[in-house]
Design a protein around this ligand. Structure first.
Ligand code: NAP
Length: 283
């Protein structure tokens, strides 16, 4: 049986590289075509380049792991954030619709901003993004859903994975360098390991779930402070952590105090501790 071709935009990013490696190592039925701008791939803000990459490779699926992910940077450079996060997914969805192939896109909890303690189910539609990044990602979702076709959107939050600078690495590094840390108690969210998200996306490739919106994150929510404590505990680091508030730190982009994605459609997710344990085992 011939392999199904999966074109992955953003294949060198934190999610993209993990997703491509996992697919190549564990899912023999798929052939991965990596598209990395820095390595001969296309600039996804160029519509004709996106179209050509999709048409020329005669692919069976397109997966978009590319994004402008600098949340503070998006406040200063909204044009590029909108080109990458809003326009590019539209070009991809249009080309996929034209070829009648599924399109798998990744989005964020930052499309919401209501600090809803109960969390946001997949069909919650009172969007209230608090920063330019969130607005650009919401526009990307709307652009994709505005095109009829087999479109999958996977929202995730506090994503972490190997080979990238993330919250875990920063906390661990500072804990080894400084006598004590200050971490916020009033930013609550759901961490997500790249494997859990990748496996959710692979369900779409395998045709095991219908097109639509999915939420993938840890089943528990916790504050950055609690997450930092767990990060240090699992590594046996005993640097003390002092409680702080978001307002103690200057940052360009506003972020939600409480941002909890509810998964009502997929199997129950792992806990943040289970995800962290795996991260430390493989990193
Ligand atoms: N990280 C998080 O905490 C988080 C949370 C929620 C949702 N998400 C979403 O999860 C997805 C994956 O995020 P990530 O953290 O893996 O992102 P990442 O590590 O920042 O990787 C993004 C990738 O997109 C590529 N890219 C950016 N602009 C491009 C362009 N114009 N043309 C082609 N490629 C371009 C980058 O390539 P270059 O480096 O060469 O520019 C990079 O490989 C994104 O949709 C993001 O919005 C992430």
């Amino acid at each position: 049986m011939s392999k199904k071709k999966v074109l992955v935009f953003g294949s060198s990013g934190m999610l993209g590289s993990y997703f491509c490696n996992l697919l190549e190592e564990k899912y023999d039925e798929f052939e991965v075509i990596r598209n990395d701008k820095a390595d001969g791939g296309v600039d996804i803000t160029q519509e004709s380049q996106v179209r050509d990459a999709i048409y020329d490779n005669k692919v069976d699926f397109v997966v978009n792991c590319a994004a402008y992910t600098d949340v503070n940077g998006a406040e200063e450079n909204p044009e590029i954030a909108f080109k990458v996060n809003a326009d590019a997914p539209k070009y991809m969805a249009q080309a996929c619709h034209h070829l009648d192939i599924p399109f798998i896109h990744v989005s964020t909890d930052y499309v919401f901003g209501d600090n809803r303690e109960k969390g946001y189910p997949e069909d919650y539609d009172e969007f209230n993004p608090l920063n330019a990044y969130g607005v650009s990602k919401l526009e990307g979702e709307e652009n994709v859903l505005g095109i009829k076709g087999d479109n999958y959107i996977f929202r995730t939050s506090w994503l972490f994975g190997p080979g990238a600078t993330n919250f875990i690495d920063k906390i661990s590094k500072y804990a080894k360098e400084l006598p004590e840390l200050k971490v916020v108690t009033d930013e609550v969210g759901c961490p997500t390991y790249v494997r859990d998200l990748s496996e959710g996306m692979i369900l779409a490739l395998k045709g095991e779930i219908d097109p639509g919106i999915y939420h993938v994150s840890s089943r528990d929510s916790l504050s950055r402070y609690e997450f930092a404590k767990e990060i240090l505990r699992l590594q046996g680091i005993d640097t003390p952590i002092k409680e702080a508030k978001l307002e103690d730190f200057e940052r360009k982009a506003q972020v939600p105090h409480i941002s909890i994605l509810l998964n009502t459609k997929l199997d129950e997710a792992r806990s943040s501790t289970e995800m962290l344990e795996e991260y430390f085992k493989v990193s």
